[in-house]
Design a protein around this ligand. Structure first.
Ligand SMILES: [Zn+2]
Length: 173
């Protein structure tokens, strides 16, 4: 679901400052843990739970004890990827995630620009990104893989992410 905050000059629905396309900016900026997904694909049309891969992803997160209202979630690409437009989408993502302590990067379209690796090469292993110097990063596969029934890799990444998040929550209580 797009945020109510508008970045367009007209004050209507948010649009991309470069090409004018409508953009998905993410759920409200809550929590200390964030989730970055590749882009608003048809099968993950929005992060509000309407699409199939999205529903399975949130079910997997819930299975690990992570609730939707505890996670900040957005796409790296705020609209379908376009040549030479990555920079704004990247900066907007960094701005949106300001203040989080741990992040999941889901899919190679996220891990490539932010880590320099394909998701399958780094999935399930804690790492760091130059774009988020103070944040622990857990890479994982594209949620689209869940639709194909290959859940193990995602489950491992989410389990490790949830363990760390629960430690952070205990410290803060
Ligand atoms: Zn654009």
């Amino acid at each position: 679901m797009p945020s109510k905050r508008s970045i367009s000059k007209t004050g209507s629905a948010p649009t991309c400052p470069t090409c004018g396309m409508p953009v998905f900016l993410g759920l409200p900026q809550i929590g200390v843990a964030g989730l970055i997904v590749e882009r608003p694909l048809k099968e993950i049309a929005d992060l509000s739970g309407s699409a199939y891969a999205d529903r399975i992803l949130w079910a997997e997160l819930l299975r690990a004890g992570l609730r939707r209202n505890e996670l900040r979630a957005c796409y790296l690409w705020k609209h379908e990827p376009k040549e030479d437009e990555l920079k704004w989408h990247l900066l907007e993502t960094v701005r949106y995630m300001k203040g989080v302590k741990i992040l999941m990067f889901l899919g190679s379209e996220v891990t490539q620009p932010l880590l320099g690796y394909n998701a399958s090469d780094v999935s399930g292993v804690w790492t760091k990104s130059d774009f988020f110097p103070k944040v622990a990063v857990m890479p994982g596969p594209n949620p689209g893989t869940l639709v194909k029934g290959t859940v193990g890799e995602m489950r491992l990444a989410i389990t490790r992410f949830a363990e760390r998040m629960n430690r952070i929550k205990r410290v803060r209580q």
